[in-house]
Design a protein around this ligand. Structure first.
Ligand code: G3H
Ligand code: 13P
Ligand code: ZN
Length: 311
């Protein structure tokens, strides 16, 4: 088994009414936690690298760690660039062995988004990789681009067919009310994704895989663990898991999760240090963090995404 594209994963997920988890990776322990969970659940998985992660770890390490995960697990694993912002970055990742790239030109005018996405699709397809594109803007933080809730705009269903036809992209990220980070909804308000938009999009694109970014549910047990151990994250609220489950049953084939992993890792390490103030062996605190990432991902796979047993 080597790194695979998401093509077959999405075809099966669409047909089967489930979704594949796309988890952001930055280091060895995160990759191990996610892929050990996927192995125990016999689930296909997407490991995604942002440009920030690639800068942090450098361009070689994460690819090699993902290759190691493929050897260790024997699972279908897709290596994906998250939020690529230029042709050059997407090309560089394809050249490095990524099987999938996202070109995120969603903040550009429609015609520019089409032109840039088309350019990436031509290169990626010629080299055996697939492409995710985005229409509509999520609120929140994507690397250095900050989008306020007021500026975020839902995807216009009337645009999707033309966009997919003219770009040739393999999957489409849409904006239906999710956002990046741990503060997705105002405290006291009722989070509600726009399923009417999702349904209209999928009616216009029958059988086409839809992607949901900003899909962390922000587990309160980890927020509490952070807050009880010196942190300050009041008002951190995520997407309710029942709404993610509903999206997975519909046309959404890829659900992006990063913040939840960060919370699990940080909460675990904060608690560890509070209980072991004189410990300084990194394995002692990174080990439990890896274990809790694994437990979190198992929960997502089994209880939210429904992709257990689908590898
Ligand atoms: O959508 C953004 C992801 O959570 C990646 O975040 O750019 O800080 O690595 P990052
Ligand atoms: P969260 O911040 O909700 O985890 O979203 C991650 C994401 O969309 C990565 O592209
Ligand atoms: Zn995203």
């Amino acid at each position: 088994m080597s790194i695979v594209t998401s093509k077959e994963m999405f075809e099966k997920a669409y047909q089967g009414g489930y979704a594949i988890g796309a988890f952001n990776v930055n280091n060895m322990e995160i990759i191990q936690g996610i892929t050990e969970a996927a192995k125990e659940c016999n689930a296909p998985v997407i490991l995604q690298v942002s440009s920030g992660a690639r800068k942090y770890a450098n361009r070689t390490y994460l690819v090699k760690l993902v290759e190691a995960a493929v050897i260790e697990t024997g699972l279908p694993i897709c290596l994906h660039l998250d939020h690529g912002d230029s042709f050059e970055l997407c090309k560089s990742c394809v050249d490095d062995g990524f099987s999938s790239v996202m070109i995120d030109a969603s903040s550009k005018p429609f015609e520019e988004n089409i032109a840039l996405t088309r350019q990436v699709v031509e290169y990626a397809h010629a080299h055996g990789a697939v492409v995710e594109a985005e229409l509509g803007t999520l609120a929140g933080i994507e690397d250095d681009v900050h989008v306020s809730a007021e500026d975020s705009s839902y995807t216009r269903p009337e645009d999707v067919q033309e966009f997919v036809e003219r770009t040739g992209c393999d999957s489409l990220a849409i904006a239906i009310g999710t956002s990046h980070g741990a503060y997705k909804f105002k405290p006291g308000t009722k989070p509600q994704l726009r399923f009417d938009i999702l349904e209209e999009v999928s009616e216009r694109l029958p059988g086409f895989p839809i992607v949901l970014h900003g899909s962390s549910s922000v587990p309160q047990e980890y927020v509490q663990m952070i807050n009880e151990n010196g942190g300050a994250m009041p008002g951190a609220i995520g997407v309710p898991e029942d709404q993610l489950r509903q999206a997975a049953r519909l046309a959404v084939c890829k659900i992006n999760i990063d913040s939840d992993l960060r919370l699990a890792m940080t909460g675990t390490i904060r608690k560890y240090f509070a209980e072991h103030p004189s410990e300084f062996d990194p394995r002692k605190y990174l080990g439990p963090a890896r274990t809790n990432i694994k437990e979190l991902v198992k929960h997502k796979i089994i209880d939210v995404l429904g992709c257990d047993g689908k590898a």
